[in-house]
Write a protein that binds this ligand. Structure first.
Ligand code: AMP
Ligand code: MG
Length: 315
């Protein structure tokens, strides 16, 4: 398959509207989209990524009014979160409308809905004639793609179109909150922090993965994720570590000398933005071990910890 590379949101949307699979930029990570009214394209999307079919997709919309096309039963907490955080890096799990196919939601009676704030994503989605189901635009299991070049590396020849944009400004996948029950549940940490959510809604429970949880609240979270080829070693600030042959370091505090690749981030935002591209760079430069500093569990640190723990196979 020939992958069309374009900078035109309208051209990319036309390809999607004709039943194509299209990668596009968002502020979190790049997404790989198919129209929810194109069942063959949805199947093709799962094939291109190598994604297990029981891992549901998030449905992307271009304006708040479009939520009514895909979801219903929007309670008070969901309304407050929509008003405060849409458009932005927040996905809400809501009761689905019958028009959303089971292939998108993996048979669940709920649907994840997000309205990206990135202007190119917005323009693209506004030209799409139906809502767009989109997981992250990377081969399943690998670190998410935060630049068009990374999408190209993973998916050239496997998808119909790649809409080029800037590198993702956040670099971590959206915060996911399940608002389909009486008390909202934080299913995945992201750039919208627990503290920010609690400033808008009175109560939220935090989903902690358990091995015996049947069925999981968020099916996709049981799969290995975000892992580079190199092994990950988690470390704490001020812990005594030493560079080894072909080892790299990413974190906030300065490590000892001797790492072949090094990224010291000025703050948590930069750490989140750089994490996945650093993993990719380590793999392309033949690094075997990546030392990653575990930040504290507050603010966006919660999301970075989550990705680091998953990437290292800890949960
Ligand atoms: P990705 O698009 O690769 O970031 O993955 C999307 C994540 O959203 C997966 O971990 C899914 O399990 C989760 N998700 C999507 N739809 C739902 C839903 N209806 N209920 C619970 N989790 C969902
Ligand atoms: Mg993903």
């Amino acid at each position: 398959m020939q992958t069309t590379l374009t900078d035109s949101a309208e051209e990319a949307a036309n390809i999607l509207n004709a039943g194509g699979v299209v990668a596009f930029p968002t502020e979190t990570v790049y997404g790989l989209g198919a129209g929810i009214c194109h069942p063959e394209a949805i199947k093709e999307l799962f094939r291109a990524k190598g994604r297990p079919v029981d891992n549901p997709l998030i449905v992307h919309i271009h304006c708040i009014e479009q939520i009514a096309d895909v979801a219903g039963d929007i309670n008070k907490d969901a309304s407050a979160l929509i008003e405060r955080f849409f458009p932005g890096p927040l996905t809400l799990v809501l009761k689905k409308n019958p028009c959303v196919p089971d292939t998108v939601t993996a048979g669940l009676d709920t649907v994840g809905v997000r309205c990206p704030a990135n202007p190119v994503a917005h323009e693209f989605l506004a030209h799409c004639t139906c809502p767009v189901a989109a997981p992250s635009a990377n081969l399943s299991g690998l670190p998410s793609a935060t630049s068009w070049e990374t999408v190209y590396e993973d998916l050239d020849g496997k998808i119909d179109c790649l809409l080029r944009g800037k590198p993702s400004s956040i670099g971590l996948e959206s915060t996911i909150v399940d608002c389909s029950g009486a008390i909202p549940v934080l299913l995945r940490a992201g750039a919208i922090t627990l503290e920010q959510l609690l400033a808008v809604i009175p109560k939220i429970s935090v989903d902690t993965p358990k091995d015996d949880q049947e069925p999981p609240r968020s099916p996709g979270l049981k799969y290995p994720h975000y892992a580079p080829r190199a092994s990950i070693v988690l470390c704490h600030a001020n812990e005594k570590i030493s560079a080894q042959h072909s080892s790299a370091y990413i974190g906030l505090s300065e490590p000892p000398a001797g790492f072949a690749l090094l990224k010291i981030c000025r703050n948590l935002e930069e750490y989140g933005r750089e994490l996945f591209s650093f993993f990719r760079r380590c793999d392309s430069e033949g690094i075997d071990l990546i030392y990653c500093e575990l930040p504290s569990n507050t603010g966006i640190g919660r999301a970075i910890r989550d990705r680091l723990l998953r990437a290292s196979g800890r949960h």
